[in-house]
Design a protein around this ligand. Structure first.
Ligand code: BGC
Length: 331
């Protein structure tokens, strides 16, 4: 890309309770525009999620025209192989064996890459967060509706690991160690820390990591449970918290689009008029008006309010908290 192009990519994070998105300056990992959030449609079918994300991307571009041709990354709670989503633990089963990259590219009229949500968060933490410069085996776990994992060996990702689904006591580990499990079962931090500890000990037995990074909404409450963990491994809370999924998805999109992110000047360093790589391709952005009036949106928001408290709290992104942190729901 030329010196005057803006290094902005769009990052979307599909969670069990909310879909979040923003334009991201991929050279700094900072958001370049407003963070948007809508409750995840129920059922969370590919069609319903793609419709919400299409409106979200239009909204992002409307606010930040420089993002018009930007590639998009979408983090999703699924194994993603060659653009196809292969599993669906906390989203609708319609995502299993779904040709997701293609469906998104058609809807968003730009290059889109799907990626496992925890892998996206891992990418952000390794590039801009607490994983910077960390060698050896680093395991990031996102503690939310489920438990996602991203394993790095000397800074390189081993994609699509699913440590949340390790079997402990004959059940998926995430059934007890996720943040949703704590609220669903009404556990104290102390009681839940024991379950999480059991999961971490089992992971340590198999992988002997040098570092655990704990992400997800609970990463801002680490004082409540990290001191109670006995696993003999360094543990640090994720630095990017709720933004990691968005930032990492955008970063992955930029890299897959062939941008040499590490060599690019940041938005702050840009001279006056800048253009986004790929801008000028047909975007259909003229339709980006009146999203808030769309019936689908209103229904989606209504459902969000009615959803189980456990799940909403799980991601630390329940509506109230999200707003307090500056998330902007779509109108
Ligand atoms: C899914 C993973 C996902 C994690 C966190 C798990 O249930 O299987 O793919 O990364 O939840 O969302």
């Amino acid at each position: 890309m030329s010196e005057t192009q803006v290094p902005i990519a769009i990052g979307i994070d599909v969670g069990g309770s909310g879909i979040k998105g923003a334009a991201v300056d991929v050279t700094t990992g900072r958001l370049a525009g407003t963070r948007l959030r809508v409750p995840t449609p129920q059922p969370s079918t590919p069609e319903a999620c793609i419709a919400v994300i299409t409106r979200m991307v239009k909204r992002i571009v409307k606010e930040l025209p420089a993002a018009a041709g930007a590639p998009a990354g979408v983090g999703i709670p699924s194994v993603v192989v060659r653009g196809h989503t292969k599993s669906a633990a906390n989203i609708d089963a319609g995502w299993i064996d779904f040709d997701a990259d293609r469906a998104f590219e058609k809807a968003l009229k730009r290059d889109v890459w799907l990626v496992n949500d925890a892998d996206a968060a891992g990418e952000a933490e390794m590039r801009f967060g607490v994983g910077v410069g960390r060698k050896g085996t680093v395991i990031l776990l996102t503690l939310g509706t489920g438990v996602g994992s991203a394993i790095y060996v000397d800074g390189r990702l081993v994609p699509n690991t699913e440590l949340g689904h390790m079997e402990i006591g004959g059940r998926d580990a995430e059934r007890r160690s996720s943040s949703a499990a704590r609220t669903r079962r009404g556990l104290s931090w102390k009681a839940w820390a024991e379950d999480l500890d059991e999961h971490l000990l089992a992971i340590n037995k198999l992988f002997s990591p040098d570092l655990f990074i704990l992400g997800g909404g609970v990463s801002k409450r680490t004082d409540s449970f990290v001191p109670r963990l006995t696993v003999p491994v360094e543990i640090v809370p994720a630095a990017l918290r709720n933004e990691a999924g968005i930032v990492g998805a955008a970063l992955i999109a930029a890299e897959r689009a062939g941008w040499r992110v590490a060599d690019m000047p940041g938005v702050a360093d840009m001279p006056g008029e800048a253009e986004v790589p790929g801008e000028g391709e047909a975007q259909g952005e003229g339709e980006a008006q009146g999203e808030g009036d769309m019936p689908g949106e209103a229904e989606a928001q209504g459902e969000g309010e009615a959803q189980g408290e456990a799940e909403a709290q799980a991601e630390g992104e329940a509506q109230g908290e999200a707003e307090a942190q500056g998330w902007d729901p779509l109108p």
